[in-house]
Design a protein around this ligand. Structure first.
Ligand code: FAD
Ligand code: N01
Length: 535
C-alpha cells in the first residue's frame, strides 16, 4: 500500500503573498478557481513585510503606489504622507487581506521548494519546505523582483561577535541603536533611507561605501486634504493618466520637454533646481535626453554633484559622496537629510571602492589593515534582483527542463510573463516586463489582469495549456535589450544588469517603458494570443 500523502489538487497555486500574490488570488477567486497561495513570510505584504529597517518608505507617492482594482478600497483608504512609511504600507496590505478575506487561502511560513510540470496530466506538482505536496493546473510566480537578499560572502563573517542585520530581513521587534557603534555596508536606497535615522541614535556610525549614489530629496510631508480630495474625486482618470506615463506615475506633476544639450546654462540650472525642489524620482524628467545622451546626462550629474558639495561641509567627504557614474543608471535614491547627515560628528564615511572590506573581525570591520570597531553590522547590500527568487525554486518544465539551466546565460521570457518550455507557468512582473522601472502596483495589476483574462479565455475555449513560442521569446529578449541599448542604462554596474551579484550573467532585465509594453500585451491578445501556443 502506498501511504504517501495524496496530492491536493487546485486550479492554481500562487507563490508569494505580496501585492502581486494578493491581487492574483482575489482575481482568480472571482473567476471561480480554487487557489492556494504559499508565502514564506508570516503574513501578507511581501517587500513591506520584510524590509522593516528604520526609514523604509516608498519612493513613488502614496496616492499612486496603491491598488486601483477596487474603487471602494481606493476611496476608503487614507494615506497620511506624500511617501508612506513601511508600517503604513504594511497596514494597507493587511487591510486589503481583511477586506477581501484573502488569508483563508494563504498558507504562511511556507516556502515553495520545487515546482515540476507533469506532461501526462498537464499539471504542476508543487512541494514546500513544510512538506506539502499539491498539484495545480496553473502555477503563478508572485515571488517578487526584490525579495531574495544579496549577502556578500565577506571573509570572517562568522567571527564577528555582534549581531549582523540585512535591511531586507529586518527583525520585527526593531532595533534601538542608542549607545551603539554601528557599521553599515552599502549606499543604495535602503542605506540612504536608514542612515539619517540610525545616525541620530547611534554613538558612532561608520558607512562603508563602494559606489557613491545619486539621491534627491523626498520633501516628504503630510498629505494635504484638498490634494487628496482632488485625486479621489476622479481617481479612475488619475490612474488612466498615470498608465500613460513612461514609468506609470507622475502624470499630475509639471511636464518638461526639450533637450538639456539645447538649453542655456541658466535654463538648465533653473529646471534642475525646480525638480530638486519638487523632490522625488521626477528629477530625471527635467529634460528628455538625460537617459539617452551622455553629454546631457553629465550636465544633470554635475549639477547634482555641485549640489552635494553645497550640503556636505567637509570637502573630502563631499568629493567621496559625489557619484561618478551616469545619473539614473543605478536607481535614483530619494532621501530625507541623507547628505547633511555627513555633517554630524558621529558619522564617518569609509571609502571601499579601491580597497574593499577585507574581513569581519570579532569586534569590527577591517579595511586596508585598519579595524573599525563596531557593536553591530548592517548589510544594506541589496538583492539578487528579478531572477533570484525564481531561481531559488527548483522549477522544471517539459521534459524535466530546469529554469536554472534555461536561464544560465540570463533570463529568457516572452513579455516577462511566460517561459517557453514551461506551460501554464506565469511570472508576475518577471524579467522582460517594466516591473522595477515602473510604479510596481499598477504594473502588477496589469499583469494579474492579463493572466486572469487569459485563464478565463482558456476555460471558455476549452484549452488545457498555454505556452509561449520559442521564436516569440527570443524576439522579445532581443527587443528588450535593443531598447536598453538605446539608453544609458547599460553603462554602469547596476542590479538591473545583475552586476551586483558575483557570477550573475550581465543582461539588462527590465523592459523600459510602460505604455508601449501595455500596448504590446493588448495587441498580443487582439491577435489571438500572438506568440503563444494552446493545447
Ligand atoms: P514582493 O512584495 O517581493 O512579494 C513576494 C513574496 O513572495 C515575498 O513575501 C516572499 O516571501 C514570497 N516568496 C518568494 N519566494 C518564495 C517561495 N519560494 N515560497 C514562498 N514564498 C516566496 N516599488 C515601487 O513601485 N515603488 C516604491 O516606492 C517601492 N519601494 C520599495 C522599497 C523597498 C525597500 C523595496 C525592497 C522595494 C520597493 N519597491 C517599490 C519594489 C517592491 O518590491 C514592489 O513595489 C512590490 O511591493 C512588489 O510586490 P510583489 O508582490 O511583486 O513582490
Ligand atoms: O540595494 P542596492 P538596496 N562591498 O543594490 C553595496 C528598492 N528600494 O537595498 O553600488 C561593499 O541598491 C552596493 O555597492 P555597489 C529600489 O528599487 C527602494 O539599497 O554595488 N558594498 C550598494 O551600494 C532599490 O534600487 C527604496 O558598488 C557592497 C549597496 O550595497 C532596490 O530596492 C528603498 C557590496 C546595495 O544597494 C535595492 O536597494 C530601498 C560589497 N561586497 C530599496 N555588495 C525606496 O526608497 C553590495 N554593496 C522606495
Amino acid at each position: 500500500m502506498n501511504d504517501a500523502p495524496q496530492p491536493v489538487k487546485f486550479d492554481a497555486v500562487i507563490v508569494g503573498a505580496g501585492f502581486a500574490g494578493m491581487y492574483m488570488l482575489h482575481r482568480l477567486r472571482e473567476c471561480g478557481l480554487s487557489v492556494r497561495v504559499f508565502e514564506a513570510g508570516g503574513d501578507v505584504g511581501g517587500t513591506w513585510y520584510w524590509n522593516r529597517y528604520p526609514g523604509a518608505r516608498c519612493d513613488v507617492e502614496s496616492m499612486e503606489y496603491s491598488y486601483q482594482f477596487s474603487a471602494e478600497l481606493q476611496q476608503e483608504w487614507e494615506w497620511s504622507e506624500r511617501y508612506a512609511t513601511q508600517p503604513e504600507i504594511l497596514d494597507y496590505a493587511s487591510h486589503v487581506a481583511d477586506r477581501f478575506g484573502l488569508r483563508s487561502d494563504i498558507q504562511f511560513d511556507t516556502r515553495v521548494a520545487s515546482a515540476h510540470y507533469h506532461e501526462a496530466s498537464d499539471c504542476w506538482q508543487i512541494e514546500t519546505d513544510a512538506g506539502d505536496s499539491v498539484s495545480a493546473r496553473f502555477c503563478i510566480m508572485a515571488t517578487g523582483c526584490l525579495s531574495s537578499t544579496n549577502t556578500p560572502d565577506f571573509n570572517g563573517m562568522q567571527d564577528f561577535q555582534g549581531p549582523v542585520y540585512h535591511t531586507g530581513e529586518w527583525p520585527h521587534e526593531g532595533i534601538d541603536f542608542t549607545g551603539k557603534r554601528v557599521g553599515i555596508i552599502g549606499t543604495g536606497s535602503s542605506a540612504i533611507q536608514s542612515i539619517p535615522i540610525i545616525a541620530e541614535q547611534a554613538d558612532e556610525l561608520w558607512v562603508f561605501q563602494r559606489t557613491a549614489n545619486y539621491s534627491v530629496p523626498a520633501h516628504n510631508r503630510p498629505l494635504d486634504a484638498a490634494e487628496v480630495r482632488s485625486v479621489k474625486t476622479d481617481y479612475a482618470n488619475f490612474r488612466v493618466m498615470n498608465y500613460a506615463m513612461p514609468a506609470g506615475f507622475g502624470a499630475t506633476k509639471p511636464h518638461h520637454d526639450g533637450l538639456a544639450i539645447d538649453a542655456t546654462e541658466a535654463e538648465r540650472n533653473a529646471r534642475f533646481a525646480t525638480r530638486w525642489e519638487l523632490g522625488g524620482l521626477g528629477f530625471m524628467g527635467a529634460f528628455e535626453d538625460l537617459m539617452l545622451n551622455p553629454d546631457a546626462n553629465e550636465l544633470a550629474a554635475e549639477w547634482t554633484r555641485a549640489k552635494i558639495r553645497t550640503i556636505v561641509e567637509d570637502p573630502i567627504t563631499a568629493e567621496l559622496l559625489a557619484p561618478r557614474q551616469t545619473i539614473g543608471c543605478k536607481r535614483l535614491c530619494v532621501d530625507t537629510g541623507y547628505y547633511a547627515t555627513y555633517n554630524r560628528g558621529n558619522v564617518h564615511l569609509v571609502d571601499v571602492s579601491e580597497t574593499p572590506v577585507d574581513r569581519f573581525t570579532a569586534s569590527g570591520i577591517e579595511v586596508a589593515d585598519r579595524e573599525y570597531p563596531v557593536d553591530c553590522i548592517i548589510l544594506a547590500t541589496g538583492f539578487d534582483a528579478m531572477t533570484g527568487a525564481l531561481l531559488s525554486i527548483d522549477i522544471r518544465g517539459r521534459a524535466g527542463l530546469s529554469l536554472q539551466d534555461k536561464w544560465a546565460a540570463g533570463p529568457l521570457t516572452y513579455l516577462g510573463l511566460s517561459v517557453h518550455g514551461f506551460p501554464n507557468l506565469f511570472t508576475i512582473c518577471g524579467p522582460g516586463s517594466p516591473s522595477v522601472l515602473s510604479n510596481m502596483i499598477p504594473s502588477i495589476e496589469q499583469h494579474v489582469n492579463w493572466i486572469a483574462d487569459c485563464i478565463v479565455h482558456m476555460s471558455t475555449s476549452g484549452r488545457i495549456a498555454i505556452e509561449c513560442e520559442a521564436q516569440a521569446e527570443a524576439d522579445w529578449v532581443t527587443y528588450v535589450n535593443s531598447i536598453a541599448d538605446m539608453t544609458l542604462y547599460p553603462t554602469c554596474n547596476s542590479w538591473y544588469l545583475g552586476a551586483n551579484v558575483p557570477g550573475k550573467p550581465r543582461v539588462f532585465m527590465p523592459h523600459i517603458g510602460l505604455p508601449s509594453y501595455i500596448e504590446k500585451c493588448e495587441d498580443v491578445v487582439q491577435k489571438g494570443y500572438d506568440g503563444f501556443a494552446f493545447y
